[in-house]
Design a protein around this ligand. Sequence first.
Ligand code: UFG
Length: 330
Amino acid sequence: MSILVTGGAGYIGSHMVLALADAGERVVVLDNLSTGFAWAVDPRATLVEGDTGDDTLVAWLLREHAVQAIIHFAGSIVVPESVADPLGYYLNNTVKSRALIAAAVEAGVPHFIFSSTAAVYGNPAVTPVPEDADLSPMSPYGSSKLMTEIMLADTARAHPLRYVALRYFNVAGADPAGRSGQSTPRATHLIKVACEAALGKRPYMEVFGTDYPTSDGTCIRDYIHVSDLAEAHMAALEHLTRGGASTVLNCGYSQGYSVLQVIEAVKRVSGVDFEVRLSARRPGDPASIVAASDRIRADLGWMPHHADLDRIVAHALEWERKLESLKGRN
Ligand code: UFG
C-alpha cells in the first residue's frame, strides 16, 4: 500500500515513517521543511518538499503514487504560539487540512488518519477524560485542530472517506534505536526543555505556574512515548484497511505527572541537578489533562510498550546527546 505522510520530516511524523518502513509499506513524505529536517526522513521513504495547502502538488502526488491512505501530521503545535498568532494557526492547521481533505475526496483516497490533540478538551471537568467529554479548547491551537475533526466527520458522512482522528496527549521520548527524536531548535515542550537543561544546553529552566489546583500546584499531563504513538497509528491504519468505521481516539496512558514530577524524573535519570526557576502561568495551559485510554485499547487492540516516565526521559536524553553530533545537517 502507498501511504502519504504529511509532516513526515517532523518529530512524530519521522517516527511514523520509521514504523511504516519497518512494516514494509511504501511511504511518500510531503513536508515543507519549515520545522522538519530532510535528514530525519528515513531513506526508505520518498521525500517531496512542498506544502499541504498546495492542491496542485497534492493532487499530483496522490495520483502519481496511487496513494491509499493519508496520515496527516503537518501543522503547527505550540499552544502559547497559537495564542499569539491565531490566524497563522487557523491557516496552517485548519485551512490547509481542508485543502488536503478535499484533495483526498477528489482523488478517491479511502483512508485518512489525523493528528488531533488533547487540547480539544480544554480544561476537562472529568479525569481521565473520555472521547465523548465536552469539547472546549482553551487555545487557538486546540480550536484549529477541533475544526479539522469537524470537517472530517462531515466529509465522512458525505463521501466514501473513512478516518481516524487520534487525540494525542503529551508526546515525548525518542526512537529506542536512536534513529529519530525531537530535534526542533528553541524547544518549548517540557521533557525536551528539561533534557536540554540537564545537558547544559540551557543554563536553567522555568516552571510555568505553581498555583494550579493540583497536588503540588503545577500542571498535570499524560506523557506518551512517541514510538507507542506511532504504533497507535499503525493500528488505526489496520483498522481502516480492514473496513473499520471512522472514529476518534485518545492516545495517552491514563497516568498523569505534574511538571515537578517530570523535572524530578529528568534529574534522576540524567543524574544532573540543574537549576529550576518557579515562574508565572503560561497562557492557554489547562491545569490537568489525562487520557481515558480504554477506547483505543478495546477498538484497536493497542498496547503500549514504553509506558514508563523514566524510560521516556532516558530515550529523550539519549537523543538530545546524539543531536549534538548531527548539528550542521539540514
Ligand atoms: N512547562 C514548564 N516549563 C517549560 C515547558 C513547559 O513548566 O519550560 C509546563 C507547561 O506550562 C505545561 C506542561 O509543562 O504545564 C506541559 O507543557 P508542554 O509545552 O510540554 O505541552 P502542552 O501540554 O502545552 O502541549 C502539549 C502538546 C499539544 C497537546 C497537549 C495536550 O504540544 O499538542 O500537550 O496536553 F495538545
